[in-house]
Design a protein around this ligand. Sequence first.
Ligand code: AHR
Length: 494
Amino acid sequence: MSLATIFADRQMVVGKIEPAIFGSFVEHLGRCVYTGIFEPTHPEADSDGFRTDTLELVKGLNVPIVRYPGGNFVSGYNWRDGIGPRENRPARLDLAWSTTETNQFGVDEFMKWCKKAGTDPMMAVNLGTGTPQEAGSLVEYCNYPGGSELSDLRKANGSELPYGIKTWCLGNEMDGPWQICGMSAEGYADKALAAAKMMHWVDPSIKLVACGSSGREMPTFPEWDRIVLDKLYEQADYISMHRYYWQDGSEEDFFASSHDMNEFIQTIKAVADYVRAKHRSSKIMSISFDEWNVWYQNKQGEAHWAQAPRILEDRYSLKDALVFSGMLNTLVNNCDRVKIACLAQLVNVIAPIFTEPGGAAIKQSIYYPFQLLSSHGNGVALSHITKCDTFSSRHGEVKILSSSIGYNEADKELSLYLVNYSASKVELSLELRGFGDLSATECLVLEGNLDDANTFERPDLVKPKEGEKPATKGEHAVAALSPLSYTVLRFKHE
Ligand code: AHR
């Protein structure tokens, strides 16, 4: 057993936790759309062909915003292929994932689905094969009230009212050589600026996300971000970040992922603040961490131009959920800058929800840490000091505990999200100043064998169980954290 302490103070606020940091992502990739959220022949499909079993799980996850339609897919996508009568929509080769896209699901279906799922759209425009004009045209189709060719076409396609989509991504990972028509930072910045202007001319109220480096390991990082922000500082509201981790070394290295993710965020903040200083601007650039997850990129499967093939269908273990929970903590602990984050993705493709065509839908291990945070995350994050043992990793010396603290003043509720990466039990002493008398209301624990993963046969193998609530005395509490576990503690104050 080891000892640890966490000290927090009600006044030490990092920032408001924007609900949009609990966003997710639906890409036309594998079975995310087809047989994931949309499967007209499924016994539980509704009249629009949406799987209601998936919809229920999505609602339970509390996802306020969903990015669409890609991802790499968007860089070769013509949004016009996916509108109008279904029988006229073309089947096309998707060069991003070597699949055949039937276009039976497009912008209008996505907007209908968002309404049913109780979520807002975050629309990405094609800045690969697409043009700035087409980006502006998509804004016109979606957001212009009526009286122009494209807005009237939307009405003819069944949506009288404009969609009013607020958040738009200016392309996807345009620094990547894998990206359809990927380009240099200067080339992207020019194209994105032209697109941003046209999109804003159609609807000045929209918020724009500029493509940042698609990873910290990219040779163009962080110059890419500097050049892009330099050009787009006034037009863009967010710079995007993407990061995936998987175990390709020791367990310790994998457990240190969230530490590395934090370093990545600090560097992007520094680049953005440098550009801000250069521009003498009062605006602080927000971060949209619009792709993050555990992703075993060595196990992605072959598509062979099939329709909705089984690719990127990672099955998540308890170990993955522990790393995932650390990443969630890192996002919350940086909520003063990270204002949007999208768990990539939502269904089947590296996702918390897994479905069988014609069959059931289950929750993967990572579903639970996300839900436990998103369902109580509407407050502020508290900065805190953790004293505990450390372990060595390729990312340096890392604490065995990952933590974030959310405080909701209206509900008088304080929640601690704690990952114990050590194989020993930790006795945790909490000093939570400024809250008066605390009482523990909940303790939920995710633990078990590290390789345990939910399956259709055993869908509840990895699931939070009630643990022992910590003993409290005034502003102090003592909790026991199981080895290799995720624990959520909730307290109320007077
Ligand atoms: O989420 C899977 C893929 O990862 C996305 O299409 C791409 O943007 C990223 O490389």
